[in-house]
Design a protein around this ligand. Structure first.
Ligand code: A2P
Length: 341
């Protein structure tokens, strides 16, 4: 693949939403992976403009997105919500900057690349002209990373997924809400409900995002549409997305039907050698992926791999990943790495 950006010792990188849950993790991951940075510019709303964020041991002053001039920025990592991306990403792209957008604003646009590096890096070619690249939904990313190595060997016909999603997927305020509600309930107080449609502490909510006329939630429809855009529109996909009282890492029960022969042993071997995946699957020692162990890691963890005896050529998988890292910030930084190397 021909380089997207000219070779330089360091690049000008802006992080839009730098004070948020994903933006903060983007900064951490850029530092951890020694991304070559000549200038780092944290950007957020006027609410936090002028405040300070840390990066690589130094303090940086947060800029106000409304008045920020993107000229000279090489790469902008956006994670400040869909409306912000709709308004500002085109302005950054027009100034010559590559935008990697974590919101859902551009994902289903036919001209925009929707990229998971382990799965469809070649889709990035589309970005050479329009310079906006979409990061898929967190639940979609971990599922397609786990399924692509199997799909490459035996095409998938149908996916049925149920998710168990961490509160961090809904941002910093949602993390606080779970902590505060838990504390309130343990102290015998009435918890306040603000971010989620119902109490999340000691509860399970079968609604993520708004309901559509179809009866599906928007999160479910995102998983369906994005999986088909990334892996192929001939795959039937259905989803039930559920919020659980976990801080970090989404878990997913995935049932897959293949177009021909595929069994659990084959799948285990294929996944064990695949990029970005760690297989933990030993029922004898009660070993399987756990949200608590996936949190803070970069892998997509796969376990409970077993044949579905109720239907031919079908498997069950349990797929877990840190939704803020691989599901958002890490995936965006991996895309940025492809742009520069
Ligand atoms: P701010 O701190 O100024 O509100 P989270 O996903 O954790 O809720 O974080 C959202 C991030 O997006 C924050 O950094 C927030 O900045 C930023 N953000 C939200 N709305 C805007 C906006 N209109 N313009 C710029 N940044 C925004």
């Amino acid at each position: 693949m021909e380089a997207f950006l000219p070779k330089k010792d360091g690049y000008v990188v802006a992080v839009i939403g730098a004070t948020g849950a994903v933006g903060q993790t983007m900064l951490e991951i850029l530092a951890e992976r020694n991304f070559p940075i000549a200038e780092l510019i944290p950007v957020a709303s006027s609410r936090s403009a002028g405040s300070v964020v840390g990066f690589n041991g130094k303090d940086y002053i947060v800029q106000d997105l409304e008045t920020f001039d993107p000229s000279g920025v090489d790469i902008a990592l956006f994670s400040a919500g869909g409306d912000t991306s709709t308004t500002h990403a085109p302005r950054f792209a027009a100034a010559g900057c590559y935008v990697i957008d974590n919101s859902s604003a551009w994902r289903m646009d036919d001209d925009i690349a929707l990229v998971v590096p382990e799965v469809n890096a070649s889709a990035l070619e589309m970005a050479r002209t329009n310079r906006i690249i979409a990061n898929p939904n967190c639940s979609t990313i971990q599922m397609v990373v786990a399924l692509k190595p199997l799909h490459d060997v035996m095409p998938i016909k149908r996916i049925v997924v149920s998710t168990y999603q961490a509160v961090s997927g809904a941002g910093g305020k949602a993390i606080e809400e779970l902590a505060k509600q838990t504390t309130a309930l343990l102290n015998g107080e009435t918890p306040e409900i603000d971010v989620f449609p119902a109490r999340i502490a000691f509860n399970v909510i079968p609604q993520i995002d708004i309901f559509l006329e179809s009866g599906y939630t928007k999160e479910e429809q995102k998983m369906i549409d994005e999986t088909r855009k990334i892996m192929g529109s001939d795959i039937a996909v259905t989803a039930t997305t559920v919020r659980v009282p976990v801080f970090y890492s989404h878990s997913e029960a995935v049932n897959v039907t293949f177009s021909g022969q595929m069994n659990a042993d084959q799948a285990r071997k294929l996944l064990a050698g695949a990029d970005g995946i760690c297989v933990v699957d030993d029922p004898a020692s009660e070993d399987y992926p756990l949200a608590s162990e996936a949190a803070g890691t970069d892998f997509v963890w796969v376990g409970r791999i077993r044949d579905d005896y109720s239907f031919p050529n079908s498997l069950h998988l349990w797929v877990v990943a840190d939704n803020v890292r691989k599901g958002a910030a890490l995936n965006a930084v991996q895309i940025a790495e492809i742009l520069i190397y």
